[in-house]
Design a protein around this ligand. Structure first.
Ligand SMILES: Nc1ncnc2c1ncn2[C@@H]1O[C@H](COP(=O)(O)OP(=O)(O)OP(=O)(O)O)[C@@H](O)[C@H]1O
Length: 157
């Protein structure tokens, strides 16, 4: 894990005259669990998407540990994120969904199986590993999306 720093980070969407996120200044310490609370449209998702590299930062900077990631592409940031719609692959089982990023990264099959089984135990998903997402409840789908983030053991999740 690592410290995450927003240093007056600002996002102005093209065509908008008002920042969606205006000089956000916050440090999230290594191991700290932070919840962003605020009214709809106040900029919570935009703030997370800036950290993940899915939105341009138009002012200020974002750092992960000592690295300035402000202009790094998402793939170089070592971040995992769970999206609101979970973005699960409908044709894959729960186990394959959870292990997919590791498979792409070339991790050996036995190691993937072990990591997926460990994450499934934590998330109470063991009995669903062979199911497809359409046969799961909303909460179970959400936990699969979390499992997919956990198995990668990223620096930030
Ligand atoms: N792609 C976009 N283009 C232009 N404006 C956008 C875009 N995405 C979000 N916004 C605007 O930026 C502001 C912040 O949106 P954001 O999605 O970060 O809010 P939020 O706090 O996560 O809201 P919610 O709680 O409803 O999910 C809103 O006014 C929204 O309309």
């Amino acid at each position: 894990m690592a410290t995450v720093t927003y240093d007056k980070a600002t996002r102005i969407y093209p065509g908008s005259d008002k920042p969606a996120v205006d000089q956000l200044d916050i440090t999230i310490e290594d191991g700290e669990f932070l919840v962003l609370v605020g009214p709809s449209g106040c900029g919570k998702s935009t703030s997370l998407r800036m950290l993940a590299g899915l939105e341009d930062v138009n002012g200020g900077a974002i750092r992960i540990g000592d690295r300035d990631v402000t202009h790094l592409p998402p793939k170089d940031r070592d971040i995992a994120m769970v999206f609101q719609n979970y973005a699960l692959y409908p044709h894959m089982t729960v186990a394959d969904n959870m292990g997919f990023a590791l498979k792409i990264a070339g991790v050996p099959k036995a190691e993937i199986r072990q990591k997926v089984e460990d994450a499934a135990r934590i998330l109470d998903l063991t009995e669903y590993l062979g199911r497809k997402p359409k046969a799961l409840s909303g909460g179970q789908r959400q936990r699969v999306a979390m499992g997919r983030a956990i198995v990668r053991e990223p620096q930030v999740s």
